[in-house]
Design a protein around this ligand. Structure first.
Ligand code: ZN
Length: 520
C-alpha cells in the first residue's frame, strides 16, 4: 500500500537524520572524556555543522510531504481516511514526529543560529564568572539570553505563561498551573520533615565517608554495582568526566561517566548508580524503533525518574546495603572495618540544608529546585530585574533552607543551566523524584519479594519490570499517560513524601504522622 510505503520512507528518513545526531553525540561524549583541551574551538564548529545538517534535513519539504500524507498540514491531526488503517504505534509515531517537526519549524533558522552562538559564548563567560565570583561579568550575556528565550517562547506559542512554552521543551504537557500547587504541597512536608531531622538527637557520622579511599578501587566498585544492576557492558562503557552524564548513540551503545574523589567516597558510587539508572533506560529502548520518537525517552522527568529510582529508592535503601556493604568493606577494610552497616546506612542518608544543589541530599534537593523554579518563572515572565538576581537568590535560599550563600559562586552562579539557555529544565528534577517514588511503589506492589531480591543482590526482576512498564515504550505514551497506566493514578507527591517520612522517621527516630493513615 502507498501509505505504508510512505510510513517506511518517513521512518528511514528519520533514522538517517538520527545518524547525524548520533555522530554529534559521539563528538560531545569525546569532548567531555578524552578530547585534548586545545581542540575546543574546532570541536564546536564540527558539532554545529552536524547539528545544522540534521536540523535542515528534518525541517525539509521531504519530511513535511511524508508527514502530510497522513496528517493535516495545518493542525497535524490525523486525516480521517487513515484513522482505521493505522495502528496505535503508527499513530503515536506520527503524532510525536509532528510535535518535533512543528516545533522545529516555528523557530526561524537565523534565530536558532543566534541563540546557539549566544549560548556557546554565555557558557564560557559563565564558567569564568563563576570562577572569579563575578556576577556583573555574566550579567550582559544573561540579559541577552533571557531576551532570546522570551522570544523563543513567543515563536513557539503558549497559553498563560511564556514559561510554559519553555517547560514544554523538556517536560511535554506540564504547566506552571500544575507545578505551583504540587510544589507548594511538597514544600510544606519537606520543611516539616527537615525540622524534625534537625531536632533529632540522632546525627550521622559522615566523617567515615571522607577518609582516604583509593580512587581505582572506588571506580572498580562502581563498575561492580553497575554490572549487578544489569547495565550491559557489552553495549556500554564507564569513563570519567568532570560532571557525570549518560549518552546514547543506539540501545547497543550507551555510555555512562562518573567522577572520583579520594576523600568523598559517595560521589563516585552514587554517580555510577544514578547514571546507571539513566543507562538502563537507554539500553532498554526499542531497537526496532531506533531513530524515531518511539525509540526515544519520553521526557527529562521520566529519564530522571529512572536515575533517581536506582540512586535513592534502591541505592540508599537498607536492603541494597545488606547485600553490598560486606563487599564494600572487603574492598576498604582499614576504612570501614570498624563501621557497622547501620552506621554507614545513616551516613549516606544524611539530610541537612546545604548551599550547592548537586551535593544536596534526597530531601533538601527539591527545595533547591523550587527556588530555581520560582526565580526562572519570574525571569521569563519579566517580573524581575536581572541585575537583582544575586539578592533575590540569596533571599530565597535563606527562606527555603535557612542558610545564606557567602558569595555568588555558591549562590546564583552555581548552575550551568541558564548559561546554555535551559530555562524550564529545573522542575524536571523534582518531577523525576516524584515519578520515581510512584513507580517504585508500584513495583513493590507488583513484586512482593522485591526488597528480598534486592537484599540478595538480585536486581533482574526490577530491571525487567522497568523494561516492560517504562523503557520499551519510548514516546508511545506521554509522561502523564504512562504514569497513569502503570500506577493507576495521576502524578502525586504522596508516595515520595510517605517514603521519605518512613525512611527518615526510622533513621532519625521521630514519629511518622503522614504515613499513619496508610501504614496500619
Ligand atoms: Zn540524572
Amino acid at each position: 500500500m502507498a501509505t505504508l510505503g510512505a510510513l517506511d520512507s518517513l521512518t528511514s528518513k528519520l533514522r538517517e537524520i538520527h545518524h547525524l545526531h548520533d555522530a554529534a553525540a559521539v563528538l560531545s561524549w569525546d569532548q567531555e572524556t578524552y578530547m585534548p583541551a586545545g581542540s575546543g574551538a574546532i570541536r564546536a564548529e564540527q558539532l554545529a555543522t552536524l547539528q545544522t545538517l540534521a536540523h535542515n534535513q528534518f525541517v525539509s519539504r521531504e519530511v513535511e510531504a511524508l508527514l502530510c500524507t497522513f496528517l493535516d498540514s495545518e493542525t497535524g491531526i490525523l486525516l480521517s481516511k487513515h484513522q482505521d488503517s493505522l495502528d496505535d504505534t503508527s499513530q503515536a509515531l506520527l503524532r510525536e514526529t509532528w510535535r518535533d517537526f512543528s516545533r522545529a519549524k516555528k523557530l526561524p533558522s537565523a534565530f536558532v543560529n543566534k541563540l546557539e552562538r549566544e549560548c556557546s559564548i554565555a557558557q564560557q563567560v559563565w564558567a569564568e564568572s563563576r570562577q572569579t565570583n563575578d556576577f556583573q561579568r555574566f550579567l550582559p550575556n544573561l540579559e541577552r539570553l533571557v531576551g532570546l528565550k522570551r522570544k523563543e517562547a513567543d515563536y513557539l506559542g503558549y497559553t498563560d505563561s511564556p514559561y510554559n512554552a519553555l517547560l514544554d521543551t523538556f517536560e511535554p504537557g506540564v504547566t506552571v498551573a500544575q507545578l505551583r500547587p504540587l510544589f507548594a504541597e511538597l514544600r510544606t512536608h519537606l520543611i516539616r520533615l527537615l525540622k524534625q531531622i534537625q531536632h533529632s538527637p540522632v546525627q550521622p557520622n559522615t566523617s567515615l565517608l571522607t577518609q582516604s579511599f583509593d580512587t581505582t578501587k572506588q571506580i572498580d566498585f562502581g563498575r561492580l554495582v553497575l554490572k549487578q544492576m544489569g547495565y550491559d557492558f557489552q553495549r556500554g562503557r564507564l569513563d570519567l568526566s568532570a560532571h557525570p552524564f549518560t549518552t546514547s548513540f543506539h540501545p547497543t551503545d550507551v555510555r555512562v561517566t562518573t567522577r572520583v574523589f579520594e576523600n568523598d567516597m559517595p560521589s563516585c558510587l552514587f554517580s555510577c548508580i544514578h547514571e546507571g539508572g539513566h543507562g538502563l533506560y537507554e539500553q532498554g529502548l526499542s531497537t526496532q524503533h531506533y531513530g524515531t520518537p518511539l525509540g526515544e525517552a519520553i521526557s527529562l522527568g521520566i529519564h530522571e525518574s529512572q536515575s533517581r529510582l536506582w540512586e535513592n529508592s534502591v541505592g540508599r535503601s537498607q536492603a541494597f546495603w545488606q547485600y553490598f556493604y560486606p563487599k564494600l568493606r572487603e574492598v576498604f577494610p582499614s576504612q570501614l572495618g570498624g563501621v557497622q552497616t547501620d552506621e554507614f546506612y545513616l551516613a549516606i542518608n544524611q539530610a541537612e540544608p546545604s548551599l550547592i544543589r548537586v551535593e544536596a541530599d534526597e530531601l533538601t534537593y527539591n527545595l533547591h529546585i523550587m527556588v530555581r523554579f520560582e526565580i526562572e518563572l519570574e525571569i521569563i515572565e519579566g517580573r524581575v530585574q536581572i541585575d537583582e538576581l544575586p539578592e533575590i537568590w540569596n533571599a530565597k535560599i535563606e527562606e527555603y533552607l535557612g542558610i545564606t550563600p557567602s558569595n555568588d559562586a555558591e549562590g546564583v552562579l552555581q548552575d550551568v543551566h541558564w548559561s546554555f539557555g535551559a530555562f524550564g529544565y529545573f522542575p524536571t528534577y523534582t518531577l523525576g523524584n516524584l515519578y520515581a517514588a510512584m513507580l517504585f511503589d508500584q513495583a513493590k506492589k507488583d513484586m512482593t519479594d522485591l526488597e528480598q531480591n534486592i537484599s540478595q543482590g538480585n536486581f533482574q526482576p526490577l530491571k525487567n519490570w522497568l523494561n516492560k512498564h517504562v523503557h520499551q515504550w519510548g514516546r508511545q505514551y506521554s509522561a502523564s499517560d504512562l504514569i497513569q497506566r502503570v500506577t493507576g493514578q495521576p502524578l502525586t507527591p504522596e508516595p515520595f513524601i510517605r517514603n521519605l517520612e518512613e525512611k527518615f522517621g526510622n533513621l532519625y527516630q521521630f514519629p511518622t504522622s503522614f504515613s499513619s493513615k496508610t501504614s496500619t
